[in-house]
Design a binder for this molecule. Structure first.
Ligand code: GUE
Ligand code: MG
Length: 308
């Protein structure tokens, strides 16, 4: 037996085609959707991701602007730029690439991004939205995983979903989103005493630990659905996930490859959030947007969610 592949690259292509159509509709009304990406320092992986994001923006008719800063940048300089971008009518989404250098307080920076342009979903307001069951901007990686599962018609309601990794950008928001879909969610992390006790229970196993080969075939049950969020750069330059793909695939019913699984979906959902932000801004009176924006108030939440 060999698992079916959850192909994020192919699904991304399909979604990006429909995003381009949405983008063109917005452009026809006189606005080009815009994403601002702030990149600090020289981390080669961050540069690759930012390049992928810009390329995807191009495919979807989204204007992208990258702002580069040296490692020595001050918090003040970053905040000054973010405030300009918050106030700019050309910009629908603002993203600060992580990680940031140690002397910059991530919470301070994320807190300055307008909640209405927080396409990463990292502002505490949007994080709080997830806790109570809905947010304007679902964080891109968990959002992409959810879409991969939905597209393959993998039902999570009532299922044991085990998440390995408790980061603020993947593990924790993923848990909240799947809890909202009535899954029974367990979160494991670096201090978990007996990891395989949990992984063996999983109907759906989501791994975001950053450790190549962490999940082996003996740790999972037959027919498990495996989502590998890990991206580990190997000495030969290739990338690999956290799952021993070649062996686990014989037990799993579905599995994501790395590359070509979750990674492209992360980028695609970022564009989706940006285009949705642009659609929302277009649907609201400009004066009202400016007024609410100045007060850093949220608009359109009830419009998007139906109810909170
Ligand atoms: N503010 C912020 N938002 C993020 O969303 C964010 C971030 N910071 N910092 C880093 C992580 C990581 N991330 C990825 C983006 C693209 C791929 C991607 O395109 N992966 C390709 C391969 C890429 C390669 O070859 O290295 C794939 O898996 O097929 C992966 C991971 C976004 N992140
Ligand atoms: Mg991400």
């Amino acid at each position: 037996m060999s698992a079916r592949i959850l192909d994020g690259r192919t699904l991304s292509k399909e979604i990006r085609a429909s995003l381009l159509e949405r983008s063109l509709r917005i452009r026809n009304k006189g606005h080009a959707p815009g994403l601002a990406v702030i990149l600090v320092g020289n981390d080669p992986a961050s540069k690759v991701y930012v390049r992928n994001k810009s390329k995807a923006c191009g495919e979807c008719g989204v204007m992208s602007k990258v702002f580069l800063f040296p490692n020595s940048v001050s918090e003040h300089e970053l905040i000054e730029l973010i405030e300009k971008l918050n106030a700019s009518n050309e910009i629908d989404g603002v993203l600060v690439q992580l990680p940031l250098p140690g002397h910059v307080n991530v919470r301070n920076i994320m807190g300055c991004i307008s909640v209405n342009k927080d396409v990463d979903g990292f502002h505490l307001y949007n994080v709080g939205g997830l806790v109570v069951g809905g947010t304007i901007f679902p964080p891109c990686t968990p959002y992409g995983v959810q879409l991969l599962l939905e597209t393959a018609k993998i039902e999570v309601s009532g299922k044991n979903v085990v998440i390995v990794g408790a980061s603020n950008i993947v593990g924790k928001p993923m848990a909240l989103m799947l809890l909202q879909k009535d899954a029974t969610v367990s979160i494991c992390h670096i201090k978990t005493n007996d990891l395989s006790l949990y992984t063996k229970l999983a109907d759906v196993l989501i791994v975001a630990a950053g450790k190549p080969g962490l999940i082996t075939a003996d740790m999972v049950k037959n027919n498990v659905v495996v989502i590998d969020v890990g991206i580990n750069r190997m000495p030969d330059g290739s990338i690999t996930g956290d799952v021993d793909f070649d062996n686990v695939k014989h037990k799993a019913s579905w599995i994501t490859p790395v590359p070509g699984g979750v990674g492209p979906m992360t980028v695609t959902m970022l564009i989706e959030n940006t285009i949705r932000s642009a659609e929302l801004r277009m649907s609201i009176n400009n004066l009202e947007v400016t007024k609410l924006e100045k007060q850093n108030q949220v608009y359109g939440l009830s419009k998007l969610l139906g109810q909170v």
